[in-house]
Design a protein around this ligand. Sequence first.
Ligand SMILES: [Zn+2]
Length: 137
Amino acid sequence: MWTCPRCQRRFRTVKQWHSCEQISVAAFFWKHEQLLPVFEALLRKLRGLGEVEAEALPTSIHLGIRGGARFAGISLRKDHLRVGFQLERELPGAARIVQRGQLGRRTGYAVALRRTADVDAELLGWLREAHALKHRG
Ligand SMILES: [Zn+2]
């Protein structure tokens, strides 16, 4: 483990690139308060994987399980939040998948979440898979 001398955060890789500017989750959502419950619902439902850590930076929130790798990222749009993650397979077309891109053998996806009901079994299944991939290395 490596500790950044500036922000005191710990990383698996020495001199891991990151932004030292961590902010609070509340600050991240201050202009989009209506989306905070959606984010909280997501955190609650991910708890089955372990203790979820949310690291908020000015433009995104990284999600990881304590002691493990980050496996998902959150960004904000005007009326929804986006969850980004990577899988090793092609997901069928779905309206909620607003972005996809090839990253070597993996495909990066962004899923739009507009309300707490969007945090459903399908999404949690994808995120569990993304988490498992990160831990397989
Ligand atoms: Zn730092």
